[in-house]
Design a protein around this ligand. Structure first.
Ligand code: ADP
Ligand code: GLC
Length: 481
């Protein structure tokens, strides 16, 4: 019989996206469908999701629950993939201006425990067959803390045998709330102790998921190892070590129908056998950003959330090296006010070499990645990272820290790796501005040797991080359950 899988998540590209999670949730389910699985997605009824789906119709009236008077489970089709997705229409919880997680005042929505508790709760009740008599999953796959209560709600029904997988996309976000929020979550107080939702006197969605899911995955093999240590475990390393036998890393893939150097957003298409178009993309980006059109200066770019996770403070500190090398830097991102201001100041002080666009713009991200020579990803930690994978395909060499998924996907241009034609980018080890600076200088040195540079570009462009491989690993995991 065809295996039925329900993916529960808070974001999906292109409807609602704050980061790579949305890209994964858009691409993994169709890749599983291509393998013959019957996959549906469950999403919260955020404005972008309700507006972006087609043929939405009600499945079941649920409310009132979780503080909302009217809750209706809808089903419709996702754009692009055409996959079926359930949407929780709960206007009281989801119909708001602003970000998925954060209100206009810059603080997390104060009822996020209800907004995402409901997501896990609905997943559990779809699993039990109560909400859609026509479709019942064999396995619920929850993504990040937003959906991580699904396994706990499912455990409330001892008769329910549906398997569960929790994927950690970023352990730094755990969904922790004051203890009194438990009263809003339709959970018995007995779930608090000793191995449940309680975490240092608060409640933690992520911890509950880690305890109750049958299997835990994260998005790269290196991050799966790192999070068992205090340096990367964000306080949950003990729980993760306890579950060590059930924890594995499956690398994310790339949707090459969206990220390929013939995409409609870039100035000129190009190909691994003919890189002429890439030069046109670089000139177009320099013009767009009012940077001097110089072929000889390497153009470094950042396309990122601007947060400490991403090592953006270290990069700012390494900027003098980049300027000394005569290179250019272009930044596309939003995030911490201080980092945004730091990059703005750098652009104001060095208009010939630095350009900054503070904002979120999907088409611009394509133009940055196609037009650049080097993509900088100097993260302190990086569960997988997608932009370095996109950059590889565009012949834009990633300069990354040796951590998490970055370590698993970029091969440093050492003399030996150049010799054996394995190099695909630049890798440094220590989270220090000095280490980034040295690596930037090494990249600039290689750039002055066009033959060697193009060899690395070609190696980068033929890397294949397709979703088909990742989906095969997920299928094996599902079948083992
Ligand atoms: P994370 O999820 O930690 O932010 P990833 O590398 O996995 O990191 O994914 C980031 C995703 O968000 C990529 O698709 C990237 O292109 C996109 N992105 C990040 N910042 C911006 C921005 N300012 N404008 C457009 N896209 C962005
Ligand atoms: C998170 C991580 C990022 C990963 C993405 C998708 O946002 O920070 O490294 O690529 O999830 O899994």
């Amino acid at each position: 019989m065809t295996m039925r899988i329900l993916h529960a998540a808070a974001e999906i590209y292109p409807l609602v996206k704050t980061g790579g999670l949305a890209d994964v949730v858009a691409a993994l389910p169709p890749a599983l469908v291509r393998r013959g699985l019957d996959v549906r997605v469950l999403l919260p009824g955020l404005p972008g999701i309700l507006n972006g789906m087609t043929r939405l119709k009600p499945v079941m009236r649920i409310g009132p629950v979780f503080g909302a008077a009217v809750v209706t489970l809808l089903i419709g089709r996702l754009p692009d993939s055409g996959l079926l997705a359930y949407v929780i229409d709960a206007p009281f919880l989801y119909q708001r201006e602003g970000n998925t997680y954060v209100g206009p005042d810059g603080h997390d929505w104060s009822d996020n425990h209800r907004r995402f508790g409901l997501l896990g709760w609905v997943a559990a009740h779809i699993a039990s067959g109560e909400l859609d008599p026509d479709w019942r999953p064999d396995l619920v796959h929850a993504h990040d803390w937003h959906a991580a209560l699904a396994p706990l709600y499912m455990a409330q029904n001892p008769g329910l045998k549906t398997a569960t997988v929790l994927t950690i996309h970023n352990l730094a976000f755990q969904g922790d709330f004051p203890m009194d929020c438990l009263a809003d979550l339709a959970l018995p107080v007995s779930k608090l102790m000793p191995h449940g939702i309680e975490y240092h006197g608060r409640i933690s969605f992520m911890k509950a998921g880690l305890v109750y899911a049958n299997r835990i995955t994260t998005v790269s093999p290196s991050y799966a190892r790192e999070i068992r240590t205090p340096e990367f475990g964000c306080g949950l390393e003990g729980v993760l070590r306890d579950r060590g036998g059930d924890l594995s890393g499956i690398l994310n893939g790339v949707d090459y129908t969206v990220w390929n150097p013939d995409d409609p957003d870039i100035a000129k298409p190009y190909h691994v056998d003919n890189l002429k178009g890439k030069k046109a993309c670089k000139f177009a980006l320099q013009s767009e950003l009012s940077l001097p059109r110089q072929a000889r200066s390497p153009l470094f770019v950042v396309v990122s959330r601007l947060f400490l996770q991403k090592g953006m403070d270290l990069l700012l500190a390494a900027l003098p090296v980049l300027l000394r090398e005569g290179a250019q830097l272009a930044v596309l991102g939003t995030g911490d006010y201080e980092l945004e201001a730091g990059f703005r100041d750098a652009a104001a002080a060095n208009p010939e070499n630095v350009a900054v666009f503070i904002g979120y713009d999907e088409a611009m991200a394509h133009r940055f990645i196609a037009g650049a020579d080097v993509l900088l990803v100097p993260s302190r930690f990086e569960p997988c990272g997608l932009t370095q994978l996109y950059a590889l395909r565009y012949g834009t060499l990633p300069l990354v820290r040796r951590v998490g998924g970055l370590a698993d996907t970029v091969v440093d241009a050492t003399p030996e790796n150049l010799q054996s034609d394995r190099a695909s980018g630049f890798v440094f080890s220590d989270a220090l501005s000095r280490a980034i600076g040295t690596c930037i200088s090494e990249a600039c040195t290689l750039y002055r040797n066009p033959g060697a540079w193009q060899q690395v570009q070609r190696r980068a462009m033929v890397q294949n991080f397709s979703w088909d491989d990742s989906a095969a690993h997920y299928e094996t995991l599902y079948r083992s359950l």
